[in-house]
Design a protein around this ligand. Structure first.
Ligand SMILES: [Zn+2]
Length: 432
């Protein structure tokens, strides 16, 4: 296994920050283990072994951050990773967690601390992945409570919250309380698209250190697909460009023929818009494709959860006890159904959003071609069609269409019914 930061594509600056913080955190732990040194201002440099460790770290870290000089510097208990979808927010959070739990350095990738964190099985690292539209207060309270316990591995208790922008207000408040009065060995790692107040409350933001991630360049994404996933270079370069900097999406496009077929169907839309009827048909097709994709993606998990709950509740039993258990279980089943419905809605929106991003890429290509801008197209395989669009619409018409797609995304994000938003967009794309 390579270094834990290896998959964080094109984010050298962020990786540098995180490595320095992990080194500082390790120094804090050493200082705590040798309290006699604290008064001297050189906390951990009290034994030969520690000095050796420092010498090693100084070699790998370089001059700007010698943790021996500044233990605790650069390390803090609450972090926010921001960046566009696919830039690697959760990859960064997980790698940093591994670096903090690393026994030998700042994320060697070899030790049990690194291994278990990256595999998601470390006892002191908890990952919250919201499945529905938001993270509820109950889930957050339970999490905060567990995060306050002493780390079993003797290092840090780490809570990673993916999509912190999907916290409910009450859940955000529960989290804020924990961040305001942090237990000494607890670290919170939040992931969000930005630090805009819509995504993260101002009070939480003010207590966190922010690590901004960039949209990785296509060449860097292609490189990781070739190296890590053994994807052929030409396929990797096509997928990296088509995915517009989204690493996970690029991998899916490169590997999954079904994902490629869906993308082809979306990119065929502009050519088909010849009238009101075809525009409305295209809207229906897009919505239904998103629904089908979402259904396929959650069906397996839904069935497994239902079966697990039924087993736990004793369904299939025949005694009097079993009958009582089933009556009491109705409420739990209802809860589960509610959670699953919320997850399905999220999956549908995500699928639709991916389609809209592909479509936006097409009109962006038409726009840059109309302007003769010297940039590579997003969708190399529909470049000829985009060029034809550029001729027909001119820059202004291409821009209006690009804006129609972006407005549709914004409307759905603001809870406009997807069908209504998509129909309005298709009509705008047809009329220009
Ligand atoms: Zn390690």
């Amino acid at each position: 296994m390579p270094d834990v930061f290896a998959d964080l594509v094109g984010q050298d600056e962020a990786v540098g920050t995180l490595r320095r913080a992990a080194a500082a955190a390790a120094a804090v732990l050493r200082a705590a283990a040798h309290p006699a040194g604290v008064g001297a201002g050189r906390p951990a440099a009290t034994t030969g072994a520690d000095l050796d460790a420092f010498a090693e770290e100084a070699e790998t870290e370089g001059p700007p951050a010698n943790p021996a000089v500044d233990p605790g510097g650069g390390m803090t208990h609450a972090w926010i990773f921001t960046g566009p979808p696919g830039s690697g927010r959760s990859v960064a959070a997980r790698a940093f967690a591994a670096a903090l739990q690393c026994a030998y350095g700042t994320g060697c990738g070899e030790c049990p601390g690194c291994h278990t964190t990256m595999a998601g099985t470390h006892a002191d690292v908890r990952l919250v992945v919201p499945e529905g539209l938001s993270i509820g207060v109950g889930e957050m309270r339970a999490l905060v409570l567990r995060a306050a316990s002493t780390p079993s591995g003797g290092r840090w208790q780490i809570v990673i919250i993916e999509d912190a922008d999907r916290l409910t207000e009450a859940a955000g408040n529960a989290l804020l309380k924990a961040i305001e009065e942090p237990p000494p060995r607890t670290v919170f790692l939040l992931c969000a698209p930005s630090t805009h107040p819509d995504d993260v409350s101002v009070t939480i933001r003010s207590r966190c250190r922010v690590v901004p991630l960039r949209q990785p360049p296509a060449a860097a994404v292609a490189e990781v697909l070739v190296r890590r996933d053994s994807i052929a270079p030409d396929v990797a370069h096509w997928a990296a460009a088509a995915a517009q900097g989204h690493v996970g999406r690029a991998r899916r496009l490169a590997r999954d023929p079904e994902a490629r077929r869906r993308r082809d169907a979306v990119l065929a839309v502009p050519r088909r818009l010849t009238g009101v009827g075809t525009a409305l048909d295209a809207a229906s097709a897009l919505i239904e494709a998103a629904e089908a994709e979402a259904e396929a993606s959650v069906a397996e998990a839904d069935a497994a959860e239902r079966a697990a709950l039924q087993t736990a509740l004793g369904a299939g039993g025949t005694g009097r006890g079993a009958a009582g258990a089933i009556r009491g279980a109705a409420g739990q089943l209802k809860d589960l159904e509610k959670r699953q419905k919320s997850r399905a809605t999220r999956a549908q929106r995500d699928a639709l959003d991916r389609a809209l991003v592909d479509l936006a890429g097409f009109y962006r290509d038409a726009l840059t071609m109309a302007l003769r801008a010297p940039v590579a197209p997003v969708h190399t395989d529909t470049a000829a069609m985009a060029e034809a669009g550029a001729q027909k619409w001119d820059a202004e018409g291409a821009l209006r269409r690009l804006e129609a797609v972006l407005e549709c995304r914004a409307a759905i994000e603001a809870n406009v019914k997807p069908r209504i938003a998509v129909e309005a967009m298709m009509l705008a794309l047809w009329k220009g």
